[in-house]
Design a protein around this ligand. Structure first.
Ligand code: DCP
Length: 693
């Protein structure tokens, strides 16, 4: 639903930059022979030459369009070069395009707040940069104006074609202009400079719109393509919007746009002007009514968000017609590929950007086998995200099954009888609610002391943690209030706690999942953390985590399991916890082990929150861990302990940087005391099965 936001100022300078025929440019950079030739990028599916997804401007001159398939494009342009999207795991692999988009964003973000809006689009707030230029080097003081600036299109300027450049130059440099226009003129200089820089550093051209808000800038960026820029002076807003078909406006392509056309006879944005704000509010509600009233006048207060990284990661595939997926095996096969890709991308994001995603969402579309089904959409579902291919796959499958159950039951209800057939034509998973790992001054102690959650049982997990999501917008999927609370803790303290849990979860689950899979498979057991009494030596050697007066709390980051009574036991055993518990060694057995002399810490349990005291809160991510454990609920449990002198420093390197130092500090004295570490071993060493088991 559109949100009506008042303009914070009508003299902001906002740019929308859109790459030209982006995938084609990326392919032409990879294969320079394609430059200057009519080129299109086609989808992996080779039927009829594959569907075109990007068409170069040379090919557009021949009438080639994105709606065509390769064969049709060849018939209108026999010389066309068709490049197939790279393929991995049996589906399109967009990573080269994504990475190319990131190169561009890195350049564009140099001059102001930058919001990556899609794989090839960016919004920039250049207000400060424009104000600075206006006060220090106003356009009229610039001696040699670059051609790229002079080539700008300024809406509302009328000139004979031969005079256009001179007219634009005069508009850019007018001394007595309205300040808003002067700022836009500065914006034109800055954007031209950025575009030239993008070309120089990446070989890509882009087009841009420069206006006082995002809506107008976006409308303008597509008006003159490729490799051009368009400025929307305040005075030209009305003439820009007046004839614009209403359905071309963002958020008016769907139901709302239809209603405006069918119910109010509004076909262009200008048609909206005849309706008062009250009338629009009566009809569409206060918020949407005001939003419509605003857009008719070019008012849009949306801020450029500071975001250069993607908001979510998603992967999926369509299975049209007879290719639709009809069995759980087929679904699992594809979800397995998607999970692998998503896990890789999440790990890369964690590694490069220190970000973690919190929500996993599954979207699917089903073919309509009967009338009842045609009324019903396959519901999107989401749950807390757990890192590691296997965990993502497991959760995605559960989400699919929850969605399918609901889809079939509602279909059969509507039909009044059983409804067996189903076919999935579109399947995807995405990871959203991505947050930064807190950095810098945050100490691990702070995280420990901000733990304020307890684990839900697996039943609780099943009931609470699968949620409906809004089909097209995983990040805004509807959530139950309990879930919302879990994912958006209100206090800073609990927020950090959640993040720490996530961090631990990532580090350890990923390793358990992907690096010690063999162990899990061989032993057919689950890791289980048991509360063990600390030995004297353990106490002596233990890092002084409780120096802040509370038992340190570390949650189940190793996808560990424990029962309620184990929890109770844990509460009683003070002073034994440490992050070091996360490093499990080969010292595991199928029964609970007594700690050995040199064991510093037993596998640890949790305590109550030292922060908010919200004892009823649950930890979404770890709940996943719990549930995972229930796969092997009847199997023997394994208590795992570590020997501090066997902890490989490489393991520490794999923790988030923020906590590495602290962990190293704990390890140092141990190393001196007993220098038996086998260097060069990897974390897998600590997960390898006990040969004596
Ligand atoms: N894309 C896609 N499938 C679509 C539309 C687009 O895979 N249905 C990809 C290919 C495009 C890229 O996204 O190159 C950007 O899409 P745009 O709509 O911005 O179109 P182009 O950049 O290709 O062309 P233009 O110069 O018209 O913006």
């Amino acid at each position: 639903m559109p949100v009506a936001r008042p303009e914070s100022s009508d003299s902001r300078v906002i740019a929308h930059v859109d790459m030209d025929c982006f995938y084609v440019q990326v392919e032409q950079r990879r294969q320079p022979d394609l430059r200057g030739q009519p080129t299109a990028v086609v989808q992996y599916n080779a039927w009829k030459g594959g569907g075109l997804i990007a068409v170069g401007y040379e090919a557009r001159k021949f009438g080639v369009k994105r709606s065509m398939r390769g064969d049709e494009a060849k018939s209108v342009c026999p010389e066309i070069q068709l490049v197939t999207v790279p393929v991995a795991r049996g589906k399109a692999d967009l990573s080269i395009y994504r990475n190319a988009g990131s190169e561009v964003v890195a350049i564009l973000s140099r001059k102001g707040r930058c919001e990556r809006a899609s794989i090839d689009e960016v919004y920039l707030d250049l207000t400060e940069a424009a104000e600075k230029m206006l006060s220090e080097t106003p356009p009229e003081s610039v001696e040699a104006i670059n051609d790229e600036v002079i080539k700008s299109h300024v809406l509302g300027l009328s000139a004979e074609p031969s005079d256009v450049r001179q007219t634009v130059r005069e508009w850019l440099c007018q001394r007595n202009a309205d300040r808003r226009d002067k700022l836009l003129a500065c914006g034109a200089f800055i954007v031209a400079e950025l575009r030239m820089q993008v070309l120089k550093e990446t070989q890509f051209t882009c087009s841009a719109g420069i206006a006082h808000n995002k809506m107008l800038a976006k409308l303008a960026s597509g008006m003159n393509k490729p490799a051009q820029q368009t400025v929307v002076p305040f005075a030209s807003v009305e003439s820009l919007l007046d004839p614009l078909p209403i359905r071309k406006m963002k958020q008016l392509g769907g139901k709302l746009g239809h209603s405006l056309q069918d119910d109010l006879g509004v076909n262009t944005v200008g048609d909206l002007l005849q309706f008062s704000e009250e009338k629009l509010q009566d009809r569409y509600g206060i918020n949407t009514g005001t939003w419509l009233w605003n857009i008719a006048r070019g008012i849009n207060g949306d801020e450029v968000e500071s975001r250069v990284l993607p908001k979510s990661h998603g992967t999926g595939k369509t299975f049209p017609g007879r290719n639709c997926l009809k069995t759980i095996d087929g679904i699992e096969r594809w979800l397995s590929k998607f999970s692998e890709e998503l896990a890789e991308r999440l790990e890369a994001d964690l590694e490069q950007n220190k970000r973690i995603a919190q929500t996993l969402t599954l979207h699917a579309s089903a073919s309509k086998a009967n009338e009842a089904q045609s009324q019903k959409k396959f519901p999107s579902k989401s749950c807390p995200l757990r890192y590691g291919t296997n965990k993502i796959l497991e959760d995605a499958l559960n989400l699919f099954q929850a969605g399918l159950r609901e889809y079939l039951s509602s279909s059969s209800k509507a039909h009044g009888n059983g409804c067996s057939g189903w076919g999935i034509t579109n399947l995807s998973i995405s990871a959203s609610k991505i947050v930064d790992i807190p950095s810098g001054t945050c100490s691990i102690m702070k995280y420990f002391h901000s733990q304020d959650q307890r684990y839900p049982s697996s039943k609780e997990f099943d009931d609470k943690e699968i949620h409906e999501s809004t089909a097209l917008s995983p990040s805004v999927g509807s959530e139950s209030s309990s879930r919302k609370h879990l994912l958006e803790p209100e206090t800073e303290c609990s927020k950090d706690g959640t993040k720490m849990n996530i961090v631990m979860n990532i580090v350890m689950q990923a390793h358990l999942d992907d690096k010690s899979r063999m162990f899990e498979e061989k032993t057919q057991t689950s890791f289980c953390r048991e509360s063990l009494p600390s030995s004297t030596s353990a106490k002596k050697n233990e890092p002084q985590l409780d120096s802040v007066g509370e038992e340190t709390v570390i949650k189940d980051a190793i996808s560990g399991n424990r029962s309620q009574d184990q929890k109770g036991k844990a509460f009683k055993e003070k002073g034994t916890s440490s992050i070091l518990q996360f490093f499990q060694t080969q010292n595991c057995s199928s029964s609970i082990q007594e700690p050995k002399e040199e064991t510093v810490n037993a596998i640890q349990e949790t305590a109550e929150s030292s922060c908010s005291g919200k004892a009823d809160d649950t930890v979404p991510l770890e709940s996943g861990g719990i549930r995972n454990m229930h796969h092997s609920a009847d199997q023997s449990r394994v208590a795992c302990m570590y020997k501090i002198d066997e902890i490989d420093p490489n393991v520490v390197d794999e923790l988030p940087r923020e906590i590495q130092e602290e962990v190293r500090a704990w390890l140092r004295p141990q190393k001196r005391a007993n220098n038996t570490t086998k260097r060069g071993s990897s974390i897998t060493h600590y997960f390898s099965p006990n040969k004596n088991m």
